[in-house]
Design a protein around this ligand. Structure first.
Ligand code: GL9
Length: 835
């Protein structure tokens, strides 16, 4: 069926079934005979690709019907909607999720089997949708799943990057980046050539007067680029609600102008204009917790904010309501400061285009927006240079200055004579060049600001945003601890564990009410249950061992303790601490007698994660891990006692195999640096124990599952500043065990030591900012405990089961309901069959 042709509702999706079918459609799959007749002539891989396509198209047809029905119902009901603005949506694969959410995976499995296919092979044909860097982007994807499952009328808005996060290849131990062109044959997106918005850049601002003598500003653009909508259906689990994710793609604004140039013989310029336009949505910036202030990034941000707001405002205006009702109809959540320009853009629309007075417009703006902060790392806090902003968005800069003026005036009134305060909280930083502090706009322009775990939310209130708590009072700031969707991260990733739990709890209701897991505690002592639990972990480890063999060539013993650290590579996440610990283990093993070695628990240390292409130190860490692997893995004296694995190109679909297979996983950031972390939750929910610092959500995981079920170590956040200060003033003693590790590296045990100089000197000589040395002793001692406790498998199993039983709090559904109640003030809307 053709897609995108007729239009039911300009705002909503279209496609087959855009108008309600006269007869209820049932899923029949595709006909065996049609496929069988051509199958013999098609080579194997193509046949699997076809099996994937056929299955995806069948489910897509189903989704489209529910998607249109949902949109029509939401439009008709006309209640408040949520818009989640995120530059990143790390969706992963869609087919398996669609099958499970619709509840027809078994039917698909049988249908595919009849045709001679394994459903897993069809599923694994799909390319991950990798429009994100890590936790922040995956959180956005979990939000979409939960909002649909809980029937909230909600849209996601993002950018349709032509290239998602790069594919990582390891060549001679080094990370290489390969472009990720993912858009060919993507059945899950629907181009909406009928939904376009022209977005302006550059130019200048005209000041005129209307007939009443009121000043009117109008922005005359120097460049215009067209945003084209691409829609992606987001099915909820066991519900008819199918929400919409709208991604904007950039293209040249009008054929006509180019055509004139073209006809005039100015071919190059005609093509160049087109390319400039398309560049905006070409590529996802691959940084993790780092902002570099590049003009193209600012263009991306404005392009996406302006197109999304145009769409939201257009939808609101169709209701013919008064502007004052806007915040009763619209909640916009800012996923970090990346969409902060949406605040300025809405103010601009209201005053310049709609003619509202400043104060009324600003009331509407602050009533509409909520801002989520995801980091306290100073290098990640967005700032844009004033000259850059002046050039690209001249009218927005004026409005930012006005917002700042009114804000500072109100501060001055309440805190007269505190000039330091004024300069500290000013949106404009008085540096050279001057900088616009985006987080400050986000705070001033929102009615709620939240952090993503308790410690993090406390830290933002006492450090980076302290003055704003003084100004606005504590009520503007709140905490909503992150969560994960149990549909993907338990049911889909670990179907056997999910089935075992369902068997004990009498059904799958825990997937929509994760607190029901607490009923599992009653079975902790049940022998058969324990055995099944342990068998499932063993199978999941086998599945991971196979992946490891496929991607690295190394065979690992699945009976070893699997110790996993997978996440973006960053100094604050301290993969260097982990690999130094591995080296320490290796040196200890080498020093043992054969008798002593017999008592050692065999271990596989598994790493995975991408380094930002320009992050030299992170790349050195990857190189060290691979250099250690190359030596240790071929050391016959050590054999299975220690293996080191780096799984290349860690992504969502690999995470689905890795998370269910850990015995222990590592969440070992310097205290106070990891805002929340979410993989910690994924591992525990799948029955793995964790070793971690008192940081981010580790703290609340400990509170929920109990201290006896987690391996905590290291300095506390409250002591970090002090320790750094002492290092800086020369009071630094390298931990003696870490010194042994450094000596081995310097002796060339793992190849040319000059490759690791900067890694070592950042600790030995440059102040050890991330406290690797301070925490090393406690880290090693805690790993010794892990070894010891792993030998008591019965106790270990009890901890694993108890922990899972107590993970209910970390469901994304709890998170979504908290945002809905305390920030958005929106209600769910059930979609019935009759709608
Ligand atoms: C992050 C934090 O670093 C994580 O601790 C947090 O769990 C997530 C989601 O709230 O947000 N902030 C951030 O910039 N990233 C995060 O993961 N980075 C990436 O997504 C790469």
């Amino acid at each position: 069926p053709s897609v995108g042709a007729p239009i039911a509702d300009l705002q909503g999706p279209v496609g087959p079934g855009f108008s309600r079918p006269k007869h209820k459609r049932t899923f029949t799959g595709f006909g065996p005979s049609e496929i069988k007749s051509v199958e013999a002539s098609i080579p194997e891989p193509l046949r699997e690709a076809a099996a994937y396509s056929g299955t995806a198209l069948a489910f897509r047809d189903r989704l489209i019907i529910e998607w249109n029905r949902t949109q029509q119902r939401q439009t008709f009901t006309d209640q408040k909607r949520v818009y989640y603005l995120s530059l990143e949506f790390l969706m992963g694969r869609a087919l398996d999720n669609a099958m499970l959410n619709v509840g027809m995976k078994d039917i698909a499995r049988d249908g595919l089997a009849d045709l001679g296919f394994r459903i897993e092979d069809a599923i694994s044909q799909e390319h991950d949708a990798a429009l994100g860097n890590g936790g922040l982007g995956r959180l956005a994807a979990c939000f979409l799943d939960s909002m649909a499952t809980l029937n909230y009328p909600a849209w996601g808005y993002g950018l349709r990057y032509r290239y998602g996060i790069f594919k990582q290849e390891i060549v001679n131990g080094y990370q290489m980046e390969i472009p990720d062109y993912w858009l060919d044959n993507n059945p899950w997106e629907f181009p909406r050539h009928d939904i376009t918005v022209d977005i302006q850049f550059y130019g200048h601002v005209n000041k005129t007067y209307d007939e009443d003598g009121k000043v009117v500003y109008s922005w005359e653009a120097g460049e215009t680029v067209r945003a084209v909508a691409y829609d992606v259906p987001i099915p909820g689990y066991r519900t008819k609600t199918t929400n919409n994710l709208r991604l904007w793609s950039s293209k040249a604004s009008s054929g006509e102008f180019d055509f004139q140039k073209f006809n005039a013989g100015d071919y190059e310029s005609a093509v160049a204009d087109q390319q400039t336009a398309e560049t905006i949505s070409a590529v996802l910036y691959p940084n993790d917790n780092l902002e570099r202030g590049k003009e193209l990034r600012l263009k991306q941000q404005y392009f996406w904010c302006a197109a999304s707001l145009y769409d939201i405002v257009r939808r609101f205006k169709k209701t013919k309501r008064a502007w004052s009702e806007f915040p009763d109809q619209v909640a916009i959540q800012l996923n970090d400061t990346h969409p902060t320009l949406a605040i300025v853009e809405l103010q601009r629309i209201l005053i310049d285009v709609e003619g509202l007075e400043w104060d009324e417009a600003w009331r509407i703006v602050t009533g509409t927006f909520g801002y989520t902060n995801h980091t306290v790392l100073p290098e990640a806090l967005e700032k844009w240079s004033v000259p850059l902003m002046q050039n690209l968005l001249p009218r927005h800069l004026q409005i930012i200055y006005d917002i700042n003026l009114f804000f500072l005036q109100s501060v001055e009134k309440r805190f007269p004579n505190d000039r330091d305060m004024l300069s500290r909280v000013s949106i404009i930083e008085e540096s050279h060049p001057k900088m616009v502090r985006m987080a400050y706009i986000a705070i001033i322009g929102s009615h709620k600001v939240n952090g993503v775990a308790e410690l993090h939310s406390d830290l933002i209130k006492t450090t980076i945003f302290k003055d704003f708590v003084t100004i606005y009072g504590p009520d503007r700031f709140t905490n909503v601890t992150n969560g994960i969707t149990p549909r993907r991260w338990l049911h889909q990733a670990n179907p056997e564990l999910s089935a075992l739990i369902a068997d004990k709890l009498g059904g799958y209701d825990f997937l929509t009410d994760l607190t029901l897991l607490d009923k599992l505690e009653a079975f902790v002592d049940d022998k058969n249950f324990r055995q099944e639990w342990s068998d499932i972990k063993a199978k999941n480890k086998l599945r991971l061992a196979k992946l490891i063999k496929d991607v690295t060539g190394y065979s690992v013993n699945p009976n070893s303790l699997f110790d996993v650290q997978v996440k973006r590579i960053h100094e604050y996440k301290r993969q260097q601490l982990n690999i130094f610990g591995v080296i320490h283990r290796y040196l200890s093993l080498k020093a043992m007698t054969p008798e002593e070695r017999k008592k050692v628990v065999p271990r596989v240390s598994i790493f995975g994660g991408k380094a930002a292409p320009g992050y030299w130190m992170a790349k050195s860490i990857i190189y060290l891990i691979n250099s250690v692997a190359a030596v240790v893995n071929k050391d016959e004296e050590i054999g299975d006692l220690l293996k080191v694995i780096f799984i290349e190109d860690y992504n969502v679909s690999k995470a689905e195999i890795i998370c269910p297979a850990s015995d222990i996983s590592e969440h070992i950031s310097t205290a106070g640096t990891e805002a929340s972390g979410t993989s910690n939750m994924k591992f525990v929910l799948n029955g793995g124990l964790i070793i971690g610092t008192c940081d981010g959500a580790n703290i609340e995981i400990t509170r929920e599952i109990g201290e006896q079920n987690i391996f905590l170590f290291g300095n506390l956040a409250e002591d970090v500043e002090d320790l750094r200060h002492r290092h800086f003033y020369g009071d630094f003693q390298l931990d003696p065990q870490l010194k042994r590790v450094f000596d081995a590296i310097k002796e060339g045990t793992f190849g040319d030591p000059s490759s690791f100089t900067s890694l070592i000197s950042s600790i030995e000589e440059h102040g050890d900012y991330y406290l690797v040395s301070d925490d090393f002793n406690s880290y090693i001692a805690t790993h010794d405990m892990v070894d010891k406790e792993f030998q008591n498998q019965e106790e270990w199993l009890a901890k694993s089961i108890t922990s899972v039983a107590r993970m209910g709090f970390f469901s994304m559904d709890r998170v979504t309901n908290e945002y809905a109640d305390s920030i958005w003030n929106v209600e769910p809307l059930n979609i019935a069959d009759e709608d």
